[in-house]
Design a protein around this ligand. Sequence first.
Ligand code: NI
Length: 265
Amino acid sequence: MPDVTIRLTQEQIDFFCKNGYLAIPAITTADEIEWMKEVYDRLFANKTGREEGNQFDLAGTDEDGEEAKLPQILGPARYAPELKDSLYHANAVAITQQLLGSDARYLGDHAIMKPARTGVETPWHQDEAYWDGGMVHHSLSVWMPLQDVNMENGCMQFIPSAMDVEVRPHHTINNDPRIHGLEIDELDTRSAVACPIPAGGATFHYCRTPHYTGANHSDEPRRAYILGIGTLPNMREEKRDFYWNARKHTPRDERAKAARERQQS
Ligand code: NI
Protein backbone atom coordinates (compact mmCIF):
# COMPACT_ATOMS: atom_id res chain seq x y z
CA MET A 1 0.00 0.00 0.00
CA PRO A 2 1.38 3.44 -0.92
CA ASP A 3 1.72 6.00 1.88
CA VAL A 4 -1.30 8.23 2.47
CA THR A 5 -0.74 11.73 1.04
CA ILE A 6 -3.95 13.58 1.98
CA ARG A 7 -5.64 14.59 5.21
CA LEU A 8 -8.92 16.48 5.43
CA THR A 9 -9.23 19.69 7.41
CA GLN A 10 -11.79 19.96 10.24
CA GLU A 11 -13.75 22.31 7.98
CA GLN A 12 -14.02 19.61 5.30
CA ILE A 13 -15.09 16.99 7.87
CA ASP A 14 -17.76 19.35 9.25
CA PHE A 15 -18.99 20.04 5.71
CA PHE A 16 -19.44 16.31 5.04
CA CYS A 17 -21.27 15.72 8.33
CA LYS A 18 -23.67 18.57 7.60
CA ASN A 19 -24.26 18.00 3.88
CA GLY A 20 -23.65 14.27 3.33
CA TYR A 21 -21.11 14.89 0.58
CA LEU A 22 -17.70 16.44 -0.06
CA ALA A 23 -15.67 17.19 -3.21
CA ILE A 24 -11.85 17.39 -3.28
CA PRO A 25 -9.70 18.43 -6.26
CA ALA A 26 -7.10 15.62 -6.01
CA ILE A 27 -6.98 12.16 -4.43
CA THR A 28 -4.23 10.67 -6.59
CA THR A 29 -1.61 11.57 -9.20
CA ALA A 30 -1.85 12.14 -12.95
CA ASP A 31 0.47 9.15 -13.52
CA GLU A 32 -1.80 6.82 -11.60
CA ILE A 33 -4.81 8.04 -13.58
CA GLU A 34 -2.97 7.23 -16.82
CA TRP A 35 -2.34 3.57 -15.95
CA MET A 36 -5.76 3.18 -14.38
CA LYS A 37 -7.39 4.37 -17.59
CA GLU A 38 -5.66 1.57 -19.51
CA VAL A 39 -6.81 -1.06 -17.02
CA TYR A 40 -10.32 0.41 -17.01
CA ASP A 41 -10.73 0.51 -20.79
CA ARG A 42 -9.38 -3.04 -21.13
CA LEU A 43 -11.91 -4.43 -18.62
CA PHE A 44 -14.83 -2.80 -20.45
CA ALA A 45 -13.56 -3.66 -23.95
CA ASN A 46 -13.12 -7.33 -22.98
CA LYS A 47 -16.58 -7.44 -21.36
CA THR A 48 -14.77 -8.72 -18.28
CA GLY A 49 -17.16 -10.20 -15.70
CA ARG A 50 -20.19 -10.27 -18.04
CA GLU A 51 -20.54 -14.07 -17.88
CA GLU A 52 -20.79 -13.97 -14.07
CA GLY A 53 -23.25 -11.06 -14.09
CA ASN A 54 -20.61 -8.60 -12.89
CA GLN A 55 -20.63 -6.49 -16.08
CA PHE A 56 -24.01 -5.29 -17.30
CA ASP A 57 -26.06 -2.35 -18.51
CA LEU A 58 -27.14 -0.36 -15.45
CA ALA A 59 -29.79 1.63 -17.35
CA GLY A 60 -30.99 -0.78 -20.07
CA THR A 61 -32.48 -4.24 -20.45
CA ASP A 62 -29.00 -5.69 -20.95
CA GLU A 63 -29.69 -8.19 -23.74
CA ASP A 64 -26.71 -10.05 -25.20
CA GLY A 65 -25.30 -8.27 -28.26
CA GLU A 66 -26.98 -4.95 -27.44
CA GLU A 67 -24.82 -1.84 -26.92
CA ALA A 68 -24.94 -0.93 -23.22
CA LYS A 69 -26.23 2.60 -22.46
CA LEU A 70 -24.55 2.68 -19.07
CA PRO A 71 -22.05 -0.18 -18.68
CA GLN A 72 -21.07 -1.05 -15.13
CA ILE A 73 -18.54 -3.51 -13.66
CA LEU A 74 -19.02 -4.74 -10.10
CA GLY A 75 -15.73 -5.52 -8.39
CA PRO A 76 -13.20 -4.55 -11.08
CA ALA A 77 -10.40 -5.18 -8.54
CA ARG A 78 -11.39 -8.88 -8.58
CA TYR A 79 -10.27 -8.91 -12.22
CA ALA A 80 -7.39 -6.42 -11.91
CA PRO A 81 -6.09 -6.79 -8.32
CA GLU A 82 -3.37 -4.17 -8.91
CA LEU A 83 -6.12 -1.54 -8.56
CA LYS A 84 -6.12 -2.23 -4.80
CA ASP A 85 -2.46 -1.23 -4.51
CA SER A 86 -3.20 2.26 -5.80
CA LEU A 87 -2.64 5.56 -4.02
CA TYR A 88 -6.35 6.17 -4.70
CA HIS A 89 -7.33 3.20 -2.51
CA ALA A 90 -4.91 4.20 0.28
CA ASN A 91 -6.07 7.83 0.36
CA ALA A 92 -9.76 6.92 0.05
CA VAL A 93 -9.65 4.59 3.08
CA ALA A 94 -7.67 7.08 5.19
CA ILE A 95 -10.03 9.97 4.35
CA THR A 96 -13.11 7.80 5.03
CA GLN A 97 -11.71 6.90 8.46
CA GLN A 98 -11.58 10.63 9.18
CA LEU A 99 -15.23 10.97 8.10
CA LEU A 100 -16.84 7.79 9.49
CA GLY A 101 -14.46 6.54 12.16
CA SER A 102 -11.33 4.42 12.39
CA ASP A 103 -13.17 1.09 11.93
CA ALA A 104 -14.16 2.02 8.35
CA ARG A 105 -12.66 -0.42 5.85
CA TYR A 106 -12.71 -1.13 2.13
CA LEU A 107 -15.95 -2.94 1.24
CA GLY A 108 -15.87 -3.12 -2.56
CA ASP A 109 -15.48 -1.26 -5.83
CA HIS A 110 -17.32 -0.65 -9.07
CA ALA A 111 -16.85 1.18 -12.34
CA ILE A 112 -19.51 3.10 -14.25
CA MET A 113 -18.66 4.21 -17.78
CA LYS A 114 -20.75 6.58 -19.85
CA PRO A 115 -19.93 6.02 -23.53
CA ALA A 116 -19.18 9.16 -25.61
CA ARG A 117 -22.39 10.90 -26.77
CA THR A 118 -24.61 7.90 -25.98
CA GLY A 119 -24.14 7.51 -22.22
CA VAL A 120 -27.49 8.17 -20.52
CA GLU A 121 -28.25 9.77 -17.15
CA THR A 122 -27.94 7.89 -13.85
CA PRO A 123 -31.22 8.79 -12.12
CA TRP A 124 -31.50 10.25 -8.61
CA HIS A 125 -31.03 7.49 -6.05
CA GLN A 126 -29.67 6.65 -2.60
CA ASP A 127 -27.06 3.86 -2.66
CA GLU A 128 -28.51 2.15 0.42
CA ALA A 129 -31.70 1.47 -1.57
CA TYR A 130 -29.78 -1.19 -3.55
CA TRP A 131 -28.85 -3.09 -0.39
CA ASP A 132 -30.51 -5.22 2.30
CA GLY A 133 -33.19 -3.24 4.20
CA GLY A 134 -32.73 -5.58 7.17
CA MET A 135 -29.20 -4.38 7.86
CA VAL A 136 -27.60 -1.26 9.36
CA HIS A 137 -25.38 0.41 6.77
CA HIS A 138 -22.74 2.99 7.67
CA SER A 139 -20.63 3.63 4.61
CA LEU A 140 -19.86 6.08 1.86
CA SER A 141 -18.89 6.01 -1.79
CA VAL A 142 -15.75 7.61 -3.15
CA TRP A 143 -16.29 8.59 -6.76
CA MET A 144 -13.19 9.37 -8.83
CA PRO A 145 -13.36 10.43 -12.50
CA LEU A 146 -10.49 9.44 -14.82
CA GLN A 147 -10.97 12.62 -16.90
CA ASP A 148 -12.21 16.08 -16.00
CA VAL A 149 -15.96 16.06 -15.32
CA ASN A 150 -18.51 18.85 -15.72
CA MET A 151 -22.19 19.30 -16.60
CA GLU A 152 -21.54 18.29 -20.22
CA ASN A 153 -20.18 14.80 -19.52
CA GLY A 154 -21.94 13.81 -16.31
CA CYS A 155 -20.29 15.11 -13.13
CA MET A 156 -21.82 14.19 -9.76
CA GLN A 157 -24.79 16.12 -8.37
CA PHE A 158 -26.02 15.87 -4.79
CA ILE A 159 -28.96 16.93 -2.65
CA PRO A 160 -27.26 18.19 0.54
CA SER A 161 -28.73 16.13 3.36
CA ALA A 162 -28.12 15.00 6.91
CA MET A 163 -26.64 11.53 7.36
CA ASP A 164 -29.71 10.26 9.28
CA VAL A 165 -32.29 10.91 6.52
CA GLU A 166 -34.50 7.90 5.69
CA VAL A 167 -34.17 5.77 2.58
CA ARG A 168 -37.01 6.87 0.29
CA PRO A 169 -39.14 4.56 -1.88
CA HIS A 170 -37.41 3.71 -5.18
CA HIS A 171 -38.44 1.98 -8.43
CA THR A 172 -36.44 0.48 -11.28
CA ILE A 173 -35.77 2.83 -14.22
CA ASN A 174 -38.96 3.07 -16.39
CA ASN A 175 -40.53 0.70 -13.83
CA ASP A 176 -38.97 -2.06 -15.94
CA PRO A 177 -38.13 -5.10 -13.76
CA ARG A 178 -35.40 -6.11 -16.27
CA ILE A 179 -33.38 -2.97 -15.45
CA HIS A 180 -30.92 -2.94 -12.53
CA GLY A 181 -30.81 0.84 -12.01
CA LEU A 182 -33.03 2.44 -9.34
CA GLU A 183 -34.67 5.87 -9.16
CA ILE A 184 -36.26 7.68 -6.20
CA ASP A 185 -40.06 7.84 -6.66
CA GLU A 186 -40.41 11.53 -5.77
CA LEU A 187 -37.70 14.08 -5.03
CA ASP A 188 -37.47 17.86 -4.92
CA THR A 189 -34.21 18.58 -6.75
CA ARG A 190 -34.19 22.37 -6.39
CA SER A 191 -31.33 22.26 -3.88
CA ALA A 192 -29.12 20.04 -6.11
CA VAL A 193 -25.40 20.95 -6.15
CA ALA A 194 -23.22 19.96 -9.13
CA CYS A 195 -19.56 19.04 -8.44
CA PRO A 196 -17.36 19.54 -11.51
CA ILE A 197 -13.86 18.23 -10.60
CA PRO A 198 -10.63 17.44 -12.45
CA ALA A 199 -9.40 13.96 -13.39
CA GLY A 200 -8.09 12.32 -10.23
CA GLY A 201 -10.27 14.49 -7.98
CA ALA A 202 -12.98 12.80 -5.94
CA THR A 203 -16.38 13.21 -4.37
CA PHE A 204 -17.47 11.44 -1.17
CA HIS A 205 -21.15 10.78 -0.45
CA TYR A 206 -22.83 9.03 2.45
CA CYS A 207 -24.93 5.94 1.61
CA ARG A 208 -28.18 7.91 2.07
CA THR A 209 -27.26 11.10 0.20
CA PRO A 210 -29.37 11.41 -2.99
CA HIS A 211 -27.18 11.77 -6.08
CA TYR A 212 -27.40 11.90 -9.86
CA THR A 213 -25.19 12.21 -12.93
CA GLY A 214 -26.37 13.60 -16.26
CA ALA A 215 -25.87 12.09 -19.71
CA ASN A 216 -22.49 12.27 -21.45
CA HIS A 217 -22.77 14.74 -24.34
CA SER A 218 -18.99 14.90 -24.90
CA ASP A 219 -16.84 13.07 -27.47
CA GLU A 220 -14.95 11.11 -24.79
CA PRO A 221 -16.16 8.30 -22.55
CA ARG A 222 -16.87 9.44 -18.98
CA ARG A 223 -15.04 7.00 -16.74
CA ALA A 224 -15.74 6.85 -12.99
CA TYR A 225 -14.07 4.43 -10.55
CA ILE A 226 -15.98 4.10 -7.27
CA LEU A 227 -15.02 2.62 -3.89
CA GLY A 228 -17.40 1.62 -1.11
CA ILE A 229 -15.83 2.15 2.32
CA GLY A 230 -17.42 1.85 5.76
CA THR A 231 -18.25 -0.58 8.54
CA LEU A 232 -19.54 -4.10 7.86
CA PRO A 233 -23.37 -4.14 7.87
CA ASN A 234 -25.05 -5.33 11.12
CA MET A 235 -28.59 -6.66 11.63
CA ARG A 236 -31.22 -3.98 12.27
CA GLU A 237 -33.78 -4.29 15.01
CA GLU A 238 -36.54 -2.89 12.80
CA LYS A 239 -36.46 -4.36 9.31
CA ARG A 240 -37.25 -2.17 6.35
CA ASP A 241 -38.87 -3.60 3.22
CA PHE A 242 -36.98 -2.47 0.13
CA TYR A 243 -39.70 -4.09 -2.03
CA TRP A 244 -38.31 -2.53 -5.23
CA ASN A 245 -35.38 -4.95 -5.17
CA ALA A 246 -37.64 -8.04 -4.87
CA ARG A 247 -39.48 -6.92 -8.04
CA LYS A 248 -36.32 -7.06 -10.17
CA HIS A 249 -35.73 -9.88 -12.66
CA THR A 250 -32.58 -8.83 -14.47
CA PRO A 251 -30.54 -10.70 -17.08
CA ARG A 252 -27.55 -9.90 -14.85
CA ASP A 253 -29.05 -11.94 -11.98
CA GLU A 254 -29.78 -14.80 -14.39
CA ARG A 255 -26.19 -14.83 -15.64
CA ALA A 256 -24.90 -14.74 -12.04
CA LYS A 257 -27.18 -17.65 -11.09
CA ALA A 258 -26.13 -19.71 -14.13
CA ALA A 259 -22.45 -19.07 -13.33
CA ARG A 260 -22.94 -20.22 -9.73
CA GLU A 261 -24.67 -23.39 -10.94
CA ARG A 262 -21.87 -24.10 -13.41
CA GLN A 263 -19.37 -23.76 -10.56
CA GLN A 264 -21.28 -26.15 -8.32
CA SER A 265 -21.75 -28.87 -10.95
NI1 NI B 1 -24.96 5.72 -6.47
